[in-house]
Design a protein around this ligand. Structure first.
Ligand code: NDP
Length: 331
């Protein structure tokens, strides 16, 4: 049974020596326990923060222990009521090919009619993050302009599509022509802007002639500095993440306060966990939108347990297109 542990704390982008593959035993499930084979393992940007030994909202990963996160797996042995062999479940589990866990640590997927990896993206934590942050904090009104960064990704793509459903004008910021075209051609955004292109500033200004009412912040740094220049009075800014700084050792310092005063905008940081009491409503609404074809998603699936470190790095190089997932079993 293979597992992947954190061998040392990274400086910058985590290289291969940060990770170590190990062999470990499979524990036979006791009463109320299940043996689960991992099928899809999610890699997510917040895991980079957990690799540091610093106090944050999520506990640091322990050295020489398996990393962990959201996994979709299949029950291979059940010793718990309500679960049987072959049930598909999700939960936060260690990065192991097989896990023996208490039945209360996982839940069955709501539907087996959709690709299971959607439970790690649109129908899972990133989808809830998009919905909760946009609708509770961003509160887009019909006709307003919504800008979202990391727009082709797991969270950003759902943010933009929900904003369209709510009648807003949506502009997505992403890196490269392929991702930017996908926003307008596949997801129905009104415009896409390539932050890696030389004319980013000009193209952004052209795309938001009426200013920005909601900026869903996923990246921070210089990309966001440009967006902040266009804030309308009383704009709302759900601050979801700042991925541009996760591998950086520099303190980027305050850079938005002046624009906030001028625009009297509301900027609010949030964690997906704060929408826990809406989880049922969010799951049902997202599932309905996916079924109706109103929310689409892109996925990059790396094949093999040994691909976990590389797949994780893709989040920071942008080599992922849509939700990055690792498929570790064909079962
Ligand atoms: P994505 O699927 O969007 O993957 C990450 C993407 O970020 C990459 O594809 C890349 O896209 C972009 N990116 C990477 N580095 C940079 C950079 N230096 N500048 C600009 N863009 C960059 O990831 P997620 O959708 O899972 O996460 C998006 C954001 O949401 C992250 O900041 C994450 O931390 C945050 N988050 C917050 C949660 C919360 O509870 N607050 C919960 C979940 C996610 P490109 O090629 O376009 O550059």
């Amino acid at each position: 049974n293979e597992q992947l542990v954190l061998a040392k704390r990274p400086a910058g982008l985590p290289q291969d020596d940060v990770f170590r593959f190990e062999e470990t035993d499979i524990k036979t499930p006791a009463n109320d326990e299940l043996l689960i084979e991992s099928v899809y393992i999610s890699v997510d940007p917040y895991m980079r923060g957990r690799m540091n030994d610093a106090k944050s909202y999520a506990k640091p990963f322990s050295l020489n222990e398996p990393l962990n996160g959201h996994i979709v797996g299949r029950v291979t042995e059940s010793n718990a009521d309500g679960f049987k062999e072959n049930d598909v479940v999700t939960g936060r589990l260690p990065w192991k090919k097989f896990n023996t866990v208490s039945a209360k640590d996982v839940k069955k997927v709501a539907s087996t009619d959709v690709p299971f990896h959607l439970y790690l993206s649109t129908l899972g934590m990133p989808g809830h993050t998009a919905y909760g942050g946009l609708l509770n904090i961003g509160k887009p009104e019909p006709g307003e302009t919504v800008v979202v960064s990391a727009a082709s990704g797991a969270v950003g793509s759902v943010v933009g599509q929900i904003a369209k459903i709510k009648g807003a004008k949506v502009i997505g910021i992403a890196g490269g022509t392929k991702k930017v075209n996908y926003l307008t051609e596949e997801l129905g955004f009104d415009a896409g802007v390539d932050y890696k292109a030389d004319d980013f500033k000009e193209k952004l200004a052209e795309a938001v002639p009426d200013g920005v009412d909601v900026y869903y912040e996923n990246v921070g740094g210089t990309v966001s500095d440009e967006v902040f220049k266009h804030l309308n009075r009383f704009a709302r800014i759900p601050v979801c993440g700042t991925i541009s700084s996760y591998n950086s050792k520099e303190d980027n310092g305050p850079r938005v306060q002046g624009q906030l005063v001028k625009s009297q905008a509301l900027m609010q940081g949030f964690l997906v966990a704060q929408f826990e009491n809406q989880a049922e409503e969010i799951s049902q609404q997202l599932a309905a939108w996916v079924e109706e074809g109103k929310i689409k998603s892109e996925v990059t699936i790396a094949e093999g347990f040994d691909k976990l470190p590389e797949a994780f790095r893709n989040l920071f190089t942008g080599n992922n297109f849509g939700k990055q997932i690792v498929k570790v079993s064909n079962s």
